[in-house]
Design a protein around this ligand. Structure first.
Ligand code: RIB
Ligand code: CA
Length: 315
């Protein structure tokens, strides 16, 4: 089993990613850290607890990190994820779940030093930039860093060129990419080029409901708002579920393939948040990112559905 920390901003697709991770025997989720993103940090904490409660996994600790980006004003994505951050499913708050004293960065510092823990980042990279400030050795001890974020050839979803996680906090994203470059390390960047291929369609949702009514009902509850948003904004039937693909990539690296390239994040101006991927080597700089460009969509659904459908089944 591989030890992982899921750093996230739940969020509808973050929730599906947490479900996949906790249903995957290859992974030991040693903790979830919350970052302000889709939802404000406190709501993200409560939503993580809602998902863990549904899974019967309140044993997984949840820590809260940054409540705003490094420099910019905080811009949430509740217009996409609903006012409750979970698709206006309005699931009851889980009682007795206090936010721990220990912060996300303190938890990361404590657990990463052994060098056998990876991070799957599904939100803005604010907590990781804060970790670099607080304890760069802990950050450099991350075994694998897989981030849902950025885009290469695909258009943005917050501007023509920027994807939300890196647009919401471009300064933190830059710190992370630049630190990886300076220390000859890589990030596995699961960007919009591949996540846009992962669409939960009405037919797939009906199939899940038919095979596991409890899971299907939960997923329908948290995605119905997302379906409406996708149809209104991009005339997509269904919803793009970005974050589970980052978990799938961690478990099964041949689901995605792409290029190694030097990548830097723009922090200002019209292209703020853009990941500038030097695929042609113009800057003659060492690669710091594995940028994914192709996805085996069927292999993803095979992995995702087989595991999700087992929720609640006798082991
Ligand atoms: O741009 C998509 C990403 O931003 C996803 O991680 C979504 O949950 C939001 O955090
Ligand atoms: Ca997310």
């Amino acid at each position: 089993m591989k030890k992982i920390i899921i750093d996230c901003d739940p969020g509808i697709d973050d929730s599906l990613a947490i479900m996949l991770a906790l249903q995957s025997p290859e992974l030991e989720v040693i903790g979830i850290t919350i970052v302000a993103g889709n939802s404000p940090a406190e709501l993200g904490f409560q939503n993580a607890k809602r998902v863990l409660n549904f899974l019967g996994r309140l044993d997984v600790p949840v820590y809260v990190g940054a409540d705003r980006p490094r420099v910019r004003e905080y811009v949430n994505a509740l217009d996409t994820h609903g006012c409750d951050g979970l698709g206006e499913s309005f699931l009851p708050e889980v009682p007795g779940q206090e936010i721990p004293e220990k912060s996300a960065v303190e938890f990361m510092r404590e657990t990463l030093k052994g060098g056998d823990v990876s991070v799957i980042a599904l939100g803005p990279l604010t907590n990781l930039a804060d970790l670099i400030d607080a304890d760069i050795l802990a950050f450099l001890s991350i075994e694998r860093l897989v981030s849902m974020g950025g885009n290469f050839r695909s258009h943005g979803n917050c501007s023509p060129v920027a994807e939300y996680n890196y647009w919401e906090d471009p300064d933190s994203a830059k710190v992370v990419f630049d630190t990886l470059y300076a220390h000859h390390k890589m990030i596995e960047m699961v960007g919009l080029d591949v996540t846009r291929e992962i669409v939960l369609t009405p037919e797939k949702l009906e199939d899940i409901k038919a095979r596991n009514a409890v899971v299907g009902d939960f997923i329908e509850k948290i995605t119905k708002f997302y379906f409406k948003f996708h149809w209104e904004w991009e005339h997509i039937r269904g919803c793009v579920i970005n974050d589970p693909l980052a978990v799938a990539q961690f478990i099964c690296p041949n689901i995605l393939d792409g290029i190694e390239a030097f990548t830097e994040v723009e922090t200002g101006g019209i292209s703020m948040g853009q990941t500038v991927v030097d695929s042609m080597g113009f800057y003659r700089k060492e690669s710091n990112a594995l940028v994914f460009t192709n996805v085996d969509v069927e292999a993803f659904w095979e992995l995702f559905l087989t595991r999700i459908l087992e929720i609640g089944e006798e082991k």
